[in-house]
Design a protein around this ligand. Structure first.
Ligand code: COA
Length: 326
């Protein structure tokens, strides 16, 4: 593909204050820090206060990204909130978020493709910009997985957390979208699902919580992330050794390490923050990206690979040349 000029002008974080450690979980669940750390790499996660909803952390993230970008909120043409845990099904959480941030000229939509959500939203934002329908798009990925976790199920409860991250994307350079890929295999959806919903009600409360075949997801995850990255990099005509930093979905350290091995990249080039936050679904990649930027790991001209997978089962990846605006 011809490199398309689009620049990430600002990034932001929205993290709940409440920290739940593995030892905290072990007080009520038949689990322990040793098992969780060794099998997942997770040591703690953030959990949102009961009286707050996703929009609270999405607004925090969006505000920080907008401030860093210098873009007037009235010049945002579209606000996308990627999430599987909206405040409500109506209105879309993006409507509340856009209003709170003063994005009064902005379209607003929620996008649900679980943990792949930020990548799908990022690609959608680029498409809007490339078509000329939008100059500036606010992309927020965030989830409150604590709300859809069965806290009595040790196979899932230890994995998930809450948080949001945001990016302001603007038309034009110096940044470039070099390649992208996304997809889903719906016939594998039972490996990671919530069986009840607004049009499929259930009397059983646990049907509204996340159910997972951990081993099936594990098998899918590495291959999906690596294969998708290869397709994006082929589109970008970029060899793997030219990638400066990978920001993978933060689900399990073993999945990330296995992918790094397949990519042939040293772990120093791969962002990992799941030890602090666990799996934050659509929030995972933008949080890791914003933290990497704050830590000075992203420089102008760097080639950045974002790659993830999730419920669907789905996947996505994006190859960017980083601009120097933020
Ligand atoms: N604490 C202690 N023991 C636990 C446990 C926990 N939290 N969860 C499961 N176990 C036990 C199991 O009951 C099993 O015991 P058994 O051998 O007596 O039956 C044993 O640990 C091994 O379970 P298994 O499921 O085979 O472990 P695993 O090595 O596959 O690790 C996951 C489990 C969930 C960590 C791993 O499969 C995984 O990360 N999968 C991907 C999940 C994911 O990323 N989901 C989100 C995608 S976006």
């Amino acid at each position: 593909m011809t490199p398309f000029p689009v620049t990430v002008r600002g990034l932001g974080l929205g993290l709940p204050a409440g920290v739940v450690t593995n030892d905290d979980l072990a007080k009520t669940l038949d689990t322990n820090d040793e098992w969780i750390s060794a099998r997942t790499g997770i040591r703690s996660r953030r959990v949102l206060e009961d009286d707050k909803a996703l929009s609270h952390i999405a607004i925090l993230a969006g505000k920080e990204a907008l401030e860093e970008s210098g873009v007037d909120p009235n010049d945002i043409h579209l606000t996308i909130v990627a999430t599987v845990t909206p405040d409500t099904f109506m209105p879309a959480t993006a409507c509340r978020v856009a209003a709170a941030l003063g994005c009064h000229q902005s379209g607003a939509l929620d996008l649900n493709i679980a943990c792949s959500g930020f990548l799908y939203a990022f690609i959608t934002a680029c498409a809007q910009i490339k078509s000329g329908l939008a100059q500036n798009v606010l992309v927020i990925g965030g989830d409150t997985l604590s709300r859809i976790t069965n806290w009595e199920d040790r196979r899932t409860a230890v994995l998930f957390g809450d948080g949001a991250g945001a990016a302001v994307l603007s038309a034009g350079g110096p940044g470039e979208l070099l390649g992208y890929d996304y997809g889903a295999k719906g016939h594998l959806s039972e490996a990671l699902q919530i069986t009840a919903g607004p049009s499929r009600p259930s009397d059983n409360p646990t049907d509204y919580k996340t159910q997972m075949d951990g081993r099936a997801v594990f098998r899918f995850a590495t291959a999906a992330m690596v294969d998708s990255s290869r397709r994006s990099l082929a589109m970008a005509q970029l060899p793997l050794d030219k990638v400066d930093l990978v920001v993978p979905h933060q689900a399990n350290l073993r999945i990330i390490e296995s992918a790094a091995k397949k990519w042939g990249l040293p772990m120093e080039k791969v962002c990992v923050n799941l030890d602090k936050y666990g799996n934050v679904s659509a929030g995972s990649i933008p949080i890791a990206l914003a933290e990497a930027k704050k830590e000075g790991r992203i420089k102008p001209g760097h080639h950045i690979l974002l790659a993830g997978f999730g419920g669907g089962l789905s996947w996505g990846s994006v190859v960017l040349k980083w601009g120097n605006l933020c």
